[in-house]
Design a protein around this ligand. Structure first.
Ligand SMILES: *Cc1c(COP(=O)(O)O)cnc(C)c1O
Length: 432
């Protein structure tokens, strides 16, 4: 890993031969908290958040952090302290939002399968309900209308538009093409707008899009914004639709090492150009964003320890104590994560290709394949799997009866355990 000033891993760097998070030794954290452990940098979270926030200055906006990327309460509180709202996708996430003390006016609720119970929770959240239900189908709208009527309230809604553009990302994280389950097409949305009188408990306040995740080019986003603008223009002409906000979703990619990401400033420039003060809309719409990965991705690492080196001719196996249940991204999306030793001196000397694997009984249990790594790495050495702040712990499970790991937050030169490691008793909780 090159340590340059523009490195995406700035908040994790070597100091006195040891990998640190904002100057706090990861070796110390491993000794005190054990491994595997997620370690997050508060500075990195705040820096990424502010970059977006500042890029949108001059434009009325609300950033709603996509909680599914990292839903630890301390992280949510940290971002909320800067004015961040939340994008939630379940009743459980709404519960977390409440525990983190985030006001309803800063919450949007996405997802194709909201239940009646979840709708009730959203409508009554904090007494006044949430900012927006991002509705993904006609039947969902029908149900939400019924639920809101029964509760004698109105639901603030953004219709989720599927603009049918190919985000050119991994198929599992692509959401904005016709064949995906997400959103409504233009025809369906116009149909709803034509028949709005059938939904007396619904207030259409916005239109939302989200075309996919880990986007590494602006052009699919620019296309999606244009299609959104065209729909907005047509609906206002034809139905006099008067929107309060446009929700442009999340999806901005990050560098996991080999790839180049789009600078946040360029992304914000695009939004300003299409919807800002100097656009034809003159900043008329409040802009909502739902970033997850861009804020959390490079703000965390998974700290793990080598258990064994198993030698093989073409590539050795480095068996570590973290597994696919702790960090599933490589197994699920074949994603790349940089892996570096905590002791810098271990980088020296010859390298050999290795496969970094966990203890889980699955061949998909790996963090890296064909990776040239120092031959001297052995039992007991600590490794950091980088870029694990988003879709890391939040996707973790207990497969193979492996307790959920600990999470640590580094802030102001100190570290704090923000989630304790689960125990064996936690594993069987609720079982008869
Ligand atoms: C997952 C998701 C996001 C966040 O995506 P990132 O790629 O992490 O920015 C935002 N909005 C919706 C609707 C999502 O499903």
């Amino acid at each position: 890993m090159q340590k340059t000033s523009s490195s995406p891993f700035d908040y994790f760097s070597y100091y006195k031969q040891v990998l640190t998070c904002e100057g706090v030794s990861l070796k110390t954290i491993a000794e005190k908290v054990g491994t595997p452990t997620y370690v997050y940098s508060a500075g990195s979270f705040l820096n990424s958040y502010r970059k977006l926030d500042q890029g949108l200055s001059g434009l009325s906006h609300q950033i709603c952090f996509a909680m599914k990327s990292n839903s630890n309460l301390s992280i949510l509180r940290l971002l909320a302290s800067q004015g961040s709202g939340l994008d939630v996708v379940s009743g459980g996430e709404l519960y977390r939002a409440q525990k983190a003390g985030v006001a309803g006016e800063r919450i949007v609720f996405s997802g194709v399968g909201k239940t009646v119970q979840e709708m009730r929770e959203g409508l009554s959240y904090g007494g006044k309900g949430i900012f927006s239900f991002n509705v993904e189908s006609l039947p969902e709208l029908t149900t939400l209308n019924q639920v809101a009527s029964q509760m004698k309230t109105k639901a603030r809604v953004a219709l989720r538009f599927n603009p049918d553009v190919d985000p050119k990302t991994h198929p599992y994280i692509s959401t904005g093409i016709k064949k995906n389950k997400f959103g409504m097409n233009r025809k369906e949305i116009l149909e709803v707008l034509k028949n709005l009188d059938r939904f007396p408990a619904i207030e259409i306040k916005g239109i939302s899009i989200h075309i996919g995740s880990q986007l590494l080019s602006l052009s699919p986003l620019a296309d999606a914004f244009d299609r959104l603008a065209s729909l907005v223009d047509f609906s206002s002409e034809k139905f006099g639709l008067n929107l309060e906000f446009l929700d442009l979703g999340g999806g901005l990619g990050i560098s996991y090492g080999p790839e180049k990401s789009v600078p946040v400033s360029k992304y914000c420039e695009l939004i300003q150009k299409k919807f800002g003060k100097k656009s034809k809309y003159q900043g008329r719409f409040k802009i909502v964003l739902e970033p997850g990965r861009q804020i959390a991705g490079n703000s965390g690492v998974l700290l793990t320890q080598v258990l064994y080196r198993k030698e093989r001719k073409s590539q050795d196996f480095l068996i570590v104590d973290g597994g696919m249940n702790d960090l599933i991204r490589p197994a699920l999306y074949s994603s790349h994560h940089e892996i570096v030793p905590v002791q810098q001196e271990l980088l020296k000397g010859p390298k050999k290709k290795a496969r970094v694997v966990g203890p889980v009984c699955e061949s998909s249990d790996f963090f890296a394949k064909d990776r040239p790594l120092p031959l001297r790495l052995k039992e007991g050495d600590l490794l950091a799997v980088l870029s694990a702040g988003a879709y890391g712990f939040s996707m973790a499970g207990q497969y193979n009866s492996r307790p959920l790991v600990a999470e640590v937050l580094v802030q102001d030169g100190k570290f704090e355990v923000i989630r304790t490691r689960n125990s064996y008793t936690d594993l069987i909780q609720g079982e008869v």
